[in-house]
Design a protein around this ligand. Structure first.
Ligand SMILES: NC(=O)c1ccc[n+]([C@@H]2O[C@H](COP(=O)([O-])OP(=O)(O)OC[C@H]3O[C@@H](n4cnc5c(N)ncnc54)[C@H](O)[C@@H]3O)[C@@H](O)[C@H]2O)c1
Length: 241
C-alpha cells in the first residue's frame, strides 16, 4: 500500500483520486491553495503527487523533499529551475520523477514516432508534418508534446534538423508543426508522412485526463523509496514491464 498526498487538488488531483486502485493506494491527504501542505501535512505520506501551479511547485517540492517524501511532479512551467530542484533532491536524499506529459498513451506514441522517424529516413519521397489540436484555453503554442514529437522525429531523420511553427512555407530542413485551437479538444497529436502516392499517419487522441492520472500513479509506484531525479520518458519502458 502506498500512502499518497495529493498536492494540488484541482482537475488532475481529483482525477487521480477517482482512478487510484483502493487496494494499492491510500490517499493520505489532499492539499490546495486554501489548505497548503506546508501547514497541514499529515504524517503518513510515502509519495506526494504534485499537480499545482508553476508559482507554487518549487516551494512544495522543497518542503516535501525536506520531510523525506518522494515526489511525482506533473506541474509544468518550472523546467528553467531544474538545477535548483536537482540540488534539493540531492540534499535530502529523496526520489523525484517528473513529466510534461504523464499520459501512458502519449509515451507509447513517442516510442512509435521515434521508430517511424528512423524508418522514414530511408524514404526521401516522404514529407513530414505534425498537427496538434487542443482546447481554446491552452495558452502555449505549439504544445510541449508537439515539440517533443518533433524532437523524436529529428533524432532519426537526417534531412531535417529543426522544427518551425505554423509556417506557410517551411524550409526543406524543417518539420512544420501546425497548431489548432478548438473548443473541448483534450489533446490530439498527429504525425503525417506524405508522398505523391499516399499518406501515412500516426495519431494520439486523448479522450480525457485519465491517461495522465494513470501515468502519475505508475510513476508513484516507481519512485517510492528510490533516490534521485528521474524523467518519466527516460524510465517509461521499465515502468510498463
Ligand atoms: N504532466 C502532465 O501530464 C500534466 C497533465 C495535466 C496537467 N498538467 C499540469 O498540472 C498542473 C495542474 O493542472 P490542473 O489541470 O490540475 O490544474 P487546476 O487549475 O485544475 O488545479 C490546480 C490546483 O493547484 C492548487 N494550488 C494552487 N496553489 C497551491 C499551493 N501553493 N499548494 C498546493 N496546491 C495549490 C489549486 O488550489 C488547484 O487545486 C498545471 O501546471 C498543468 O499544466 C500536467
Amino acid at each position: 500500500m502506498i500512502n499518497i498526498a495529493l498536492v494540488g487538488y484541482g482537475k488532475m488531483g481529483k482525477m487521480i483520486e477517482e482512478i487510484a486502485p483502493k487496494e494499492e493506494f491510500n490517499i493520505s491527504g489532499k492539499y490546495d491553495v486554501i489548505n497548503p501542505v506546508k501547514e497541514h501535512l499529515k504524517n503518513n505520506t510515502d509519495v506526494a503527487i504534485e499537480f499545482s501551479t508553476p508559482a507554487s511547485v518549487i516551494e512544495n517540492i522543497e518542503f516535501l523533499s525536506s520531510k523525506g517524501i518522494d515526489v511525482v511532479c506533473g506541474t509544468t512551467g518550472w523546467y528553467n529551475k531544474s538545477d535548483v530542484v536537482k540540488d534539493i533532491i540531492k540534499k535530502n536524499g529523496t526520489g523525484f520523477i517528473y513529466a510534461s506529459n504523464f499520459s501512458v498513451g502519449v509515451n507509447i506514441f513517442f516510442q512509435m514516432v521515434k521508430n517511424a522517424g528512423k524508418l522514414i529516413n530511408k524514404y526521401p519521397q516522404y514529407e513530414i508534418l505534425i498537427k496538434e489540436t487542443h482546447h481554446t484555453r491552452k495558452l502555449d503554442k505549439p504544445s510541449g508534446t508537439g515539440i517533443r514529437t518533433a524532437e523524436y522525429l529529428l533524432e532519426g531523420i537526417s534531412r531535417k534538423d529543426s522544427f518551425t511553427s505554423d509556417s506557410a512555407e517551411p524550409a526543406f530542413n524543417e518539420i512544420n508543426i501546425i497548431s489548432e485551437r478548438i473548443t473541448d479538444v483534450v489533446g490530439k497529436h498527429e504525425v503525417e508522412f506524405e508522398s505523391d502516392a499516399d499518406t501515412i499517419s500516426l495519431i494520439h487522441n486523448a479522450k480525457s485526463r485519465r491517461g495522465f492520472a494513470e501515468g502519475a500513479l505508475l510513476a508513484a509506484k516507481y519512485i517510492k523509496g528510490k533516490k534521485g531525479f528521474y524523467k518519466f520518458e527516460d524510465v517509461f519502458s521499465e515502468l510498463i514491464k
